[in-house]
Design a protein around this ligand. Structure first.
Ligand code: ADP
Length: 255
């Protein structure tokens, strides 16, 4: 099979990531279709975040191949700055901590990357920003500074900022785990709408109810490997491995 294929937006083949003395991601293969919503779950330290960060090369794999959209990378070779830029433009990333610029208004936080990276004029960028603020239900906050917003609002701004570069896939790294539960719900509501609109999304999460409701496919990782994957029905309600069963039981006991 060709590594770039119009049906797939992200393909990982034989990916290995090693930190000094630690093999964090082991021989992972993963193909993600356009419009698919993937939830990656598993115990802490399983390698979920490392795998997600490999997709836009925030982590550099030791070996393997990666394609995102039309771009294909042999990760054992150093990427050129131009390749990295293509990759970063194709992927929108939302982190656990929102990473907004504190000295800029919400509008500027979302418009500036569009001007810098996509060469949009200020008027074009602000028009797109207004649309996106509407989408995350914060149209009235364009001129506020991040410190005046709740964590849930800041995370919704971070989502709007990532969407502003028109990525082909959105990557979410535990987007609600720094938030109080009710603020997390606002963020999950925005993500649910994005999924409904057909955005390809890969979400590392502990929100099992959200994964069960929104994900097309749930991937369970443990010790750096994918140990089980399938529909939420298969994986969450009827897991095939004892390891997965234990993981969900432990989470449900905590909730
Ligand atoms: P998860 O997201 O499933 O909790 P991570 O991908 O964050 O797991 O981490 C996987 C493993 O790699 C953990 O044991 C973690 O301690 C280790 N690790 C993560 N980042 C680094 C790093 N920069 N240097 C060394 N070890 C790391």
């Amino acid at each position: 099979m060709r590594l770039t294929d119009p049906d797939y937006i992200v393909r990982l083949k034989d990916i290995n990531v090693r930190y000094t003395g630690f093999h964090a991601v082991k021989d992972v293969d993963l193909d993600i279709k356009r419009g698919e919503v993937i939830a990656i779950v598993g115990p802490s330290g399983a390698g979920k975040s490392t795998l997600l960060r490999t997709i836009n090369m925030l982590e550099t794999p030791h070996s393997g191949e990666l394609s995102v959209g039309d771009f294909r990378f042999d990760v054992s070779k150093t990427l050129t700055a131009a390749d990295l830029l293509k990759l970063r433009r194709a992927t929108g990333m939302v982190f656990q901590s929102f990473n907004l610029f504190p000295h800029m208004t919400v509008e500027r936080n979302i418009s500036l990357p569009q001007m810098r990276v996509l060469g949009r004029s200020k008027a074009e960028a602000n028009a797109r920003t207004a649309q996106l603020l509407d989408r995350v239900k914060l149209a009235d906050k364009a001129h506020s500074y991040p410190s005046r917003l709740s964590g849930g609002q800041q995370q919704r701004i971070a989502i709007a900022r990532a969407l502003a570069l028109d990525p082909q896939v959105m990557l979410f790294d535990e987007p609600t785990s720094a938030l109080d539960p009710e603020l997390g719900l606002e963020v999950l509501a925005v993500m649910r709408e994005l999924a409904r609109d057909g955005m390809t999304m890969i979400v590392v999460t502990h929100e099992i109810a959200f994964a069960a409701e929104v994900a097309d496919r749930v991937i369970v990782m443990a010790n750096g490997a994918i140990i089980e994957q399938g529909t939420p029905d298969e994986v969450i309600r009827n897991p095939s491995s004892e390891r997965t069963r234990q993981f969900f039981r432990a989470i449900l006991d905590r909730q």
